[in-house]
Design a protein around this ligand. Sequence first.
Ligand code: DON
Length: 319
Amino acid sequence: QDVAQETSTGGLPGDARIDALLAAAHERYRDHDEGVVADYIPILSTANPAWFGLSLTELNGSMHSLGDSEIEFSIQSISKAFVFALACDARGHRDVHDRIGVNNTGLPFNSVVAIELNDGSPMNPMVNAGAIATTALLPGETAAEIWESVLTGLSRFAGRQLDVDEEVYRSESATNQRNRAIARLLESYDRLEGDPLEIVDVYTRQCAVSVTASDLAVMGATLASGGVNPVTGLRVVSAEAARDTLTVLASCGMYERSGEWLFEIGLPAKSGVSGGIVAIVPGKGALGAFSPPLDTAGTSIRGQRSCAYLSRALGLNLF
Ligand code: DON
């Protein structure tokens, strides 16, 4: 509340001001010790709770980074946003709407009840059910080809070749019975294309892709720019696919807390259980944050506080 809001009406303020505000956010929240590091995927519990990185990418390609912004962590649910953008690009607006859905469940990301309460609908691409069904929509005749589409697409968003953290992939594969159950349930309602277990395997790999907070800022900025990566200058998805993704991020990106997030921060965003957050400022750029301690909905606490601070200080709230 003690942050003076920028009065600028156009782009972001100058580089020095952005760097100063990132540093102020980092200093303000680095000693906060709230939140719990995820452990339902066993390997994630080994993360250092003190890690804290912030990054901002502008649409002119200029990058600002601070703290642990180059530490690699698994992208987890943040992949859902970019895989959905790839699905929109491949299948189009009406098809993803009809096959997946775009409404919030009001329930946690791995809810089985949400499927049952909605006649077998995967509901939206940001919860696990919808994300698994979305992965199945990517181009490819086999699971291996679909995986190739996922990894190539995520790498284009980041502007560099990304890879899977094999330890995370193995750890989640050994403990993802719930996602396999969700995929079987979708299959029973005829709401999943392809072999359920093969698709869950691709989804599990997708969640284990390693990124940094800086990568997230570049990936988000690609959506902010209407689908063109501002660092490589290459188009990754159509402008319509980028817009459709931002709308679903606004309504569903923070699961059952999406309303609160939008009320406080006013930006489309996505979180992941390893502690990453991407928040997108359409037409301006994106923030990437990373810090492992989470709230009860699975969102990084330092990350969300930093996004709130920076949204106010930089005047980013869309509303
Ligand atoms: O499927 C899962 O449960 C994980 N791979 C991803 C969940 C996740 O990141 C939830 N977000 N906060």
